[in-house]
Design a protein around this ligand. Sequence first.
Ligand SMILES: [Mn+2]
Length: 344
Amino acid sequence: MSILYKRVFAGSLRAQLRGAQRLVVSDRAGSRNPNFIPTRNQSGKTYNVPPSAEFVARVSGIATMAKLPYRDTAEGLDAAFIGVPIDTGTSNRPGARFGPRQIRAESALLRAYNSGTRAAPYESLMVADIGDINVNVYDLKDTCRRIREGYRKIVATGCIPLTMGEKLNVFLNYIDIKHGPVGLIHVDAHADTSDTVLGEKIGHGTPFRRCVEEGLLDCKRVVQIGLRGTGYSPDSYEWSRAQGFRVVQAEECWFKSLAPLMAEVRAQMGSGPVYLSFDIDALDPAFAPGTGTPEIAGLTTIQGVEIVRGCRGLQLVGCDLVEVSPPYDTTGIGTSRYIRINVI
Ligand SMILES: [Mn+2]
């Protein structure tokens, strides 16, 4: 062990121990890079870094997302995890209201660096967990109002929301306030473009129809990937194509890498603002059974990761990963939640 390494390691360990004493997290507590000074350029603040499980037991502390600090405001953050624990809009099996809480619990397994991509998110972004929208489990319309109110405040700070919850069109409402119509990368087994379901305009099968009606999407910069299964007509995706969306059905994804597709998607999105909406049921239920409307013959986990990595370089203004329903993940190892937190 070199003297330099000893010094660095000792410094890191002291930081780790400070984190350990506080049990939740400490700024810089996870850094192992001797030259890393985690300051945020805009504000001069240090970055939030989760404590490394080498020094702070994963099972200790409060179960925030990725063991990041909890903040009650998005002020000063570049990005923030936020939960929308609701499943009142589901058409089939409920349970997604438990998704955000369970994902947070299982996110304790995340580490600070990705060895495959060399990604080091805590060295370039100020991130925290800002808790949940206080939803109304009895009233979906009131929940949408509460989401709008909450997200407007987040957007006003310049923070990018990383949402966990149920899919609703309201997430794109807030983005429109700041950016105008956005490009959309929608990864899902379902197009979610129904007009009404049981006479209702708001549900988890209608969000992108509403988004188009409200002018929230730059329709030439919309792609839907992984669509499959039975529908209400021979071509369930006709309406999407008529709007100018690119539709990539699951059959086009079978047996192949999606890296070439994502190169085309990046060209389609260009330099404009893009929203990424990832429904966990895009993945095959063999990988992610914990969801309300599973469809067979879906994407693999590898393809899911290729899609996320293929978004590198885009101007992402918001992301969500939705429809995780822990009660249907009976494997006991939290497969779908684990996949989800890694995708995030
Ligand atoms: Mn879906």
